[in-house]
Design a protein around this ligand. Sequence first.
Ligand code: ADP
Length: 482
Amino acid sequence: MDRGDGHVPFWRSLQLKFVLAYLAVIAAVVVLLNTYPVLVSQDLVYQSKHTSMLNQAAVIASALSGPDALTEGGAAQTIQALGAVRATRMVITDPSGVVLYDVHEGTRREDTLGRYAMIWELTTALEGNDVFRSEYREGAFRSRAAVPVTYRGMTMGAVYLYEYDAQQGALLLGIQSNLRSISLFICLLAAGLGLLFSRALTRRMGALLRAIRVVREGEYSHRLPTAGGDEMTLLAEEFNALTGRLQTTEEVRRRFVSDASHELKTPLASIRLLTDSILQAEHMDEQTAREFLADIGEEAERLTRITEKLLTLTRVDTAPPAAAEPVDLGAVVEKVEHMLTPLAGAVPVELRLFLDPDCRVLATWDDLYQVVFNLMENAVKYNRPGGLVLVTLAVRGGQVILRVEDTGVGIPEEDMPKIFDRFYRVDKARSRAAGGTGLGLSIVRDTARLHGGSVSASRRAEGGTCFEVVFPRWTQRGGEPE
Ligand code: ADP
């Protein structure tokens, strides 16, 4: 499925999920904010009314506790003697529930006197129980308390108090409306911030997505802005670094392909030219024809060398470092010396070796042979007649150091950083004449790296060049340095 221009529908978008999650949290906070404090306040008011009203009723009941207090006159007298009673209504009854005293908002009611008080609380109190009930309704607390009046263990009557408290209710209503305003403000602020934040986030993610698509289409120079300093910035920086690497790799690949085709084109052009000359010449003598054919053979050989080296490079680039085993680097050097003796004799150049024993490296014989051969062959090829090639192999710490020095033509300082590049040659003519391809040192560097090593070159003070290759040393004890 091509997700090329994939567009996420809003109902599946991260933005919606984010806003919904945000709203859910806000809703929970708002519900909690609007219920918990109000419930706690109601409870507090209930508790305080419970204590104060039952206490008041008990005080009145104890004042009425006597042989003659519970008559219409006695009750009125006792209440008067007690002073202010803080209640909206107060009813006192005899043991059978007949009203002896009834006052409502400071005014005595005569209409209920002598009648049965049909109040549940009073009936319960006459059974010997203290009763308290309070409810919060329409912005007011309505509380009822009733206690029995006892004398010598007998229930002589009951006192009932009713209080309508709009003041506390108003206070609670005030708290409620304040909380509502605060909640509304929090909701608006949170929703606004959430929207703003999620928009900013999705916008930046959108930019990243677009950038990825642009790069996927091959536009490797595309970069993202890296302002902000948050995780998205980190992501953008990583993206830029990744694209940077891709760009470099792509450039190297392009240059390599163009260099390689250029290198292959030259011998092919020579072959073409030589064959044309043979074909077009009407009467070419055998000697000249043989010379031309020998030249064609040489160019073909050159092509073979280049393709072989290119194949080696591709193998080093792509192959896993398989089948690595401890290889004695000293033995490799001796083998290369043996192979190069005829070439060294032709220049002539003296090959001198100083090899420490037991310089083993975890690699493959062929790879190490490539490294040593390329370096020693260069040291011979770019040497002067009567020159010297000095190869030393030594152990330093946990490393094996291979040094190939020569007394040859040397490498100019400005070329030093480029000699390991593919197809780079300091003296093209000399390299060509010596059968060079400009790939030898690239192979040395890549192969050394493949086996955890590194290579460096320096100019010798007394003339010539010194190449140094460093490998981790392999030892019996799990490859650890001794
Ligand atoms: P080539 O196949 O041309 O030898 P290399 O990659 O082995 O390619 O080397 C790259 C270039 O570095 C050579 O063309 C040569 O100019 C220079 N070079 C390499 N080794 C030496 C050396 N020992 N002395 C002088 N120049 C060297």
